[in-house]
Design a protein around this ligand. Structure first.
Ligand code: SF4
Ligand code: SF4
Length: 285
């Protein structure tokens, strides 16, 4: 199996695993919000998020500059950077099947497996929303047995799984942002994994499926159900693509990410980790 094929497998394992375990809740009244065929409309983003979008524009140009040839080589050696497109994927979820969060008994934002990995964009949105206190270093950065077990059950090779932060949880293993009335305290600034849950991407057979972790579903025979299904489908695709942007940004725009406070909770390895530590050390002097 070639390097790229291996990388793809890791992606699939990571996402499937996450979908069976990371368990967001849809806020009450979600389906009453304005609907569109793309991902859920978010309110205007804040300064950190805007900077990240601008940085992504710049990173795409950098990738092809001679100065960044080494980073480009390393990226392509280690990762499959192919963005996935909605028309290439088949939706396995029946058209009218939706989550029934209001009547759900699972409460998927709590429990031993309710962890949500945070990409760069997720962190930027939480920072802009004043919720940075909910960002916590990932399983390899936290020294408790539950975290270690979780880390061992996943692909040790996944940069995202190992290196990116997670949403903080309390002693009862409940997301720190879950409100007393069981609605999401981060909505609409919630992480992309929460937004698209329980829809999930399977790269191997190019499908978007309903994650096993969510057993509370119902049929809604209204036009808006179709749109809601399309939103979740697009959100699942976009969540995957955002991870590709994240890894490119890490390789070609790390100093800017440090300035934006987006490296603080990461735990990388090798050259990337050495660069990260150096940049953070320089900022404290
Ligand atoms: S951010 Fe919101 S949806 Fe996501 S796990 Fe926390 S409470 Fe649940
Ligand atoms: S398990 Fe499914 S239906 Fe229940 S709160 Fe989570 S997403 Fe909603």
């Amino acid at each position: 199996m070639g390097q790229k094929a291996i990388t793809v497998c890791f992606y699939v394992v990571f996402w499937v695993k996450e979908d069976m375990t990371a368990l967001p809740i849809l806020p009450h009244g979600t389906t009453a919000k304005p609907l569109q065929s793309g991902p859920l409309q978010r309110p205007s983003d804040g300064p950190t998020t805007h900077k990240l979008f601008d940085l992504w524009e710049e990173a795409q140009k950098r990738l092809w500059k001679p100065k960044f040839w080494w980073q480009n080589l390393m990226l392509r050696k280690g990762f499959d950077l192919t963005f996935i497109k909605p028309h290439e994927f088949r939706l396995l979820v029946p058209a009218h099947q939706l989550t029934d969060c209001d009547n759900c008994t699972e409460v998927c934002c709590t429990g031993p497996n309710s962890r949500v990995s945070l990409g760069l964009l997720d962190q930027a949105r939480l920072i802009d929303a004043g919720l940075s206190h909910a960002i916590q270093q990932g399983p390899h950065g936290v020294n408790d047995s539950a975290n270690k077990l979780w880390a061992q059950s996943a692909s040790e090779e996944s940069l995202f799984f190992r290196g990116f932060p997670v949403l903080k949880r309390d002693a009862t293993q409940t997301c720190a942002l879950l409100n007393e009335n069981l609605s999401c305290g981060a909505f609409p600034h919630w992480p992309m994994s929460c937004e698209r849950y329980p829809f999930a991407v399977n790269l191997e057979n190019k499908t978007v499926f309903w994650a096993e972790g969510c057993a509370s579903l119902h049929e809604v025979h209204e036009p808006e159900a179709l749109l809601r299904g399309r939103q979740l489908f697009h959100a699942a695709i976009e969540t995957y693509n955002q991870r590709i942007r994240d890894v490119i940004l890490l390789y070609v725009a790390m100093p800017e990410l440090a300035d934006m406070g987006l490296l603080r909770h990461l735990s990388l390895h090798g050259t990337l980790e050495r660069r990260r530590k150096k940049l953070l050390a320089a900022k404290t002097h």
